[in-house]
Design a protein around this ligand. Structure first.
Ligand code: 4AZ
Length: 836
């Protein structure tokens, strides 16, 4: 075992060496053994008055005072032999009014040191424990360096090593904004809401309220990358990014409302981004509020004036909600975590996260675990933990390189774990390394490559019964056509224009000698081209025709002429001579049209601005709808049919919530409206759900914003091909028979061929319906989603309303796609009733 510990240590040292070359510049190694370390601090000065000129770094007042501060800081450092040895330079960043009356000022500065690697912690500690020198000390210390008149009365000092993410060498865009918070105003990330924020940026907004006031910052929108190590915003109760003064750090798309208060009259907001994936960013409003008088007797008063128990201070939890109970903390005799919690020093580097932010487990230098096994992550675990089949270390390092021991009465896995003998060859990886699933026998059955046993008839039936497709490889199809997925289909299926294989392999490499080959590979007569009939079934014989007769497959320009281009509307190119294909295109875009968000089922704020939640008074959310204009919504007719108990057809009983993301969480951008009238399609058939479409007119118009925007309506001839990706959204149930969700959900589905869908749904799909879903099941709309949109993006990323969520055979079942009202069929009706 010693050999292994030795090797592990060697590897660890090698990794550390390699890592040191990759670390951001403040920690870059200098002449082999020193690192540059940057400390950021603030200092209260009680014998200097803050002047408006001190805001301007180019003013003589700024430079003069900055020089004095640098000089005096240097003297403070020089009192400590270690700091004196490694000090490099100071630079003053900003000044603000002091707390203690007119004649005081606060200075914010950076100090740079070149520190030998082993001394980093000692220098960090020395910097963090700096105390303001007594006035009398200057006369001895200064010794001619400072004239008495130059001496600054330092009342407080706070300084700390800078967050390394703020000094990444790639942060090429560094910008400061000075904002006076006298009147309410807006601060937003560059480009918001039209463009994503820039990469590799370090933007700092310095917010200054009038003396005797606090700064209040309220976020309306915050949509950043999910990983805070990459992109984040951070607000500080200071004008400099001092960790101990951090009010909050945020990334991703937090759902809660975010409001922050400073304790004094300044606040710093920073946005730091890396080179990868840029998101819409943030928008926040700032204002100033007068400092409140003491109102929390016997308790701690938060900056937002909330009263919390005194024990809440510096306990590592944000009890105030604005983190003001967790700033300015010190931990005498203890280890101070990055979140300011104080934990015992013995918890440092013990392999467990006592801080809650893991800051007690980073920057650890490996030490020995006497009499115990040392994990690769430095944790010490009992020697018996080694090779017992369980990951006691947390990084599995106690379970690698094991020499096997016996598992009495059980099966021993290759990773040494013992599992029940019945785990062998049961098709499940009980060992965790699949060793219980190899070398299996399946008597009378087919043995899959993953060792599962399946019926012999499962072989070559076109379905992956094994789970690893091994029952579908090496198949031969005698007298039939063999698909790429090894399914056998009739020879006549080859090149018949239909995807009989399921993977379309019967429809590729087709030729049509002497005939016209359609895009779906079907062969049609040459005379079928441009005859205004869709002979191909995918209209490909009717596109790119020079002279076109108006038909069901052409776009009708407003001047009466027709063009054959498929879906020409709002594609950014003028196709009609009169430009009518590009008119009325202020629709179908969202905050997300320039960035693509993948993963996660919860929708982001502003991602589906046409989504509406329809509440029936007393019952809450019942159905979805789509915004068509500032006055009209489109929903499903079945949502507004009277039941024996509820008069759902009565307009005044409905409330429409626009710009909503989380049910019952309204905010500045959500709008609630009553409904003036409901127009149900007169051919709505409650027995087969044909014409399941209804319009709702709002009682008053809404303002269209980035959170409330119409979706584009497709023209009568707009074509949504099978296989095209579409998005379903809604607050409906996430399980059949389950409850509705609070957060708006989104999922990607595909348009399903109507002919196939009709077969799957027992011939109940009419021409006024459109199917969409995932044939393998698991993704679908369900109860409560009805009336909501089926949104499809065009070539320019602009969303068109392909369908209105209508019905289905249960929800999310295999081979049972959802059914949507086909909006193209109702385009003229919508125009006639609403003018939209
Ligand atoms: C419903 O009950 C419902 N899977 C809506 C859509 C679907 C099924 C049911 C489609 O409102």
């Amino acid at each position: 075992m010693k050999v292994w510990i030795g090797v592990t240590l060697l590897i660890a040292v090698a990794i550390l060496l390699v890592m040191s070359q990759l670390l951001p510049w403040p920690f870059h190694l200098h002449n082999n053994d020193t690192v540059q370390r940057i400390y950021i601090g603030s200092m209260g000065i009680s014998n200097q008055r803050f002047l408006p000129e001190h805001e301007d770094p180019s003013s003589s007042e700024f430079t003069q005072l900055a020089a004095q501060v640098s000089q005096q800081l240097k003297l403070i450092y020089f009192k400590n032999s270690m700091l004196a040895k490694y000090f490099n330079r100071n630079s003053v960043q900003a000044f603000s009014e002091g707390d203690s009356g007119d004649n005081s000022i606060v200075v914010y500065y950076e100090s740079e040191f070149d520190v030998p690697v082993p001394e980093r912690t000692t220098v960090d500690e020395a910097i963090e424990s700096l105390e303001p020198p007594a006035e009398s000390e200057w006369s001895q210390q200064g010794q001619g360096l400072l004239k008495p008149s130059d001496t600054l009365n330092i009342s407080s000092i706070i300084s700390q090593v800078i967050d390394p993410r703020l000094t990444r060498s790639k942060l090429t865009k560094r910008k400061f904004f000075n904002i006076h918070v006298r009147n309410r105003g807006i601060v937003h990330s560059p480009g918001f809401p039209d463009y994503p924020y820039p990469p590799n940026a370090n933007f700092q907004w310095r917010l200054r309220a009038e003396p005797g006031h606090r700064v209040k910052l309220d976020f309306h929108t915050l949509i950043l990358e999910d990983d805070c190590q990459r992109d984040f915003i951070k607000a500080y109760d200071s004008l400099a990014p001092i960790e101990k003064r951090a009010l909050t750090e945020q990334c991703g798309n937090p759902q809660k409302s975010l409001s922050f208060f400073s304790s004094g009259n300044v606040m710093l907001l920073t946005l730091v981004t890396n080179e990868k994936e840029n998101f819409p960013g943030f928008e926040a409003s700032y204002s100033q509020i007068p400092l409140a008088k003491q109102t929390c007797p016997g308790m701690f008063q938060c900056s937002n004036n909330k009263c919390v128990s005194k024990t809440s201070q510096c306990d590592g939890w944000d009890d105030c909600g604005d983190n003001s109970d967790e700033i300015n903390c010190t931990c005498p005799g203890k280890f101070q975590c990055n979140n300011n919690k104080c934990v015992s020093k013995s918890f440092q580097c013990d392999g467990w996260d006592h801080c809650g932010d893991n800051s007690d487990e980073i920057s650890c230098i490996f030490s020995a675990c006497t009499g115990m096994f040392q994990c690769n992550n430095s944790r010490c675990v009992s020697n018996t933990s080694q090779c017992d089949g369980w990951d006691d270390c947390g990084d599995n390092s106690d379970e690698i390189n094991c020499i096997f021991s016996a598992c009495t009465g059980m099966f021993q896995c290759n990773n040494s774990r013992c599992v029940s003998k019945t785990s062998r060859c049961d098709g499940w990886d009980d060992c965790g390394d699949n060793s219980d699933e190899i070398n299996c026998n399946c008597t009378g059955m087919f043995q899959c490559n993953n060792s599962r046993c399946v019926s012999k008839t499962s072989q070559c039936d076109g379905w992956d019964d094994c789970g690893d497709n091994s029952d579908e490889i090496n198949c031969t199809c005698t007298g039939m056509f063999q698909c790429n997925n090894n399914k056998c289909v009739s020879n006549t299926s080859h090149c018949n224009g239909w995807d009989d294989c399921g993977d379309n392999s019967d429809e590729i490499n087709c030729t049509c000698p002497g005939m016209f080959q359609c895009n779906n590979n079907r062969c049609v007569s040459n005379t079928s081209q441009c005859d205004s009939w869709d002979d191909c079934g995918d209209n490909s014989d009717e596109i790119n025709c020079t002279s076109v007769v108006c038909s069901a497959f052409t776009f009708h320009c407003s001047n009466g002429l027709c063009i054959s281009k498929l879906n020409p509307e709002c594609d950014g190119e003028q196709d009609c001579e009169d430009g009518s294909d590009e008119a009325n295109c202020d629709c179908g875009t969202s905050l997300y049209s320039s960035t693509r968000i993948v993963g996660g089922r919860g929708a982001n704020v502003g991602e589906w601005p046409w989504q509406v939640s329809l509440h029936f008074k007393g019952l809450g959310h019942m159905c979805g709808a789509s915004v068509l204009s500032d006055r009209w919504l489109l929903t499903a007719a079945h949502c507004v049919q009277d039941t024996t108990v509820y008069k759902l057809s009565q307009a005044h009983k409905w409330e429409a919530f626009l710009g909503l993301q989380v049910q019952n969480q309204t905010n500045e951008w959500t709008v609630k409206r009553g409904v003036k009238q409901i127009i149900t399609h007169r051919y709505y058939n409650r027995y087969n759900e044909d014409s399941d479409i209804a319009l709702m007119e709002l009682d008053t118009r809404v303002s269209l914003t980035q959170h409330i925007r119409p979706i584009c309506l497709p023209s009568t001839t707009y074509f949504f091909p099978s296989g095209q990706e579409a998005w379903i959204t809604g607050w409906g149930t996430t399980l059949q028979g389950g409850t509705a969700t609070a957060i708006l959900q989104k999922a990607e589905v595909k348009i399903i061929n109507s002919w196939l869908c009709n077969i799957l749904l027992n011939y109940r799909v009419t021409g006024n319906m459109l199917c969409a879903g995932v044939l393998s099941g698991g993704v679908d709309t369900c109860k409560g989603d009805s009336g909501g949109p089926l949104s499809v993006a065009n070539s320019r990323g602009r969303f068109f309303l392909a369908g209105v969520t209508s019905w289905g055979k249960g929800c999310a079942r295999i081979y049972a796609p959802g059914v949507y009202t086909r909006v193209t069929k109702y385009r003229s009706w919508i125009k006639q009733k609403t003018g939209v």
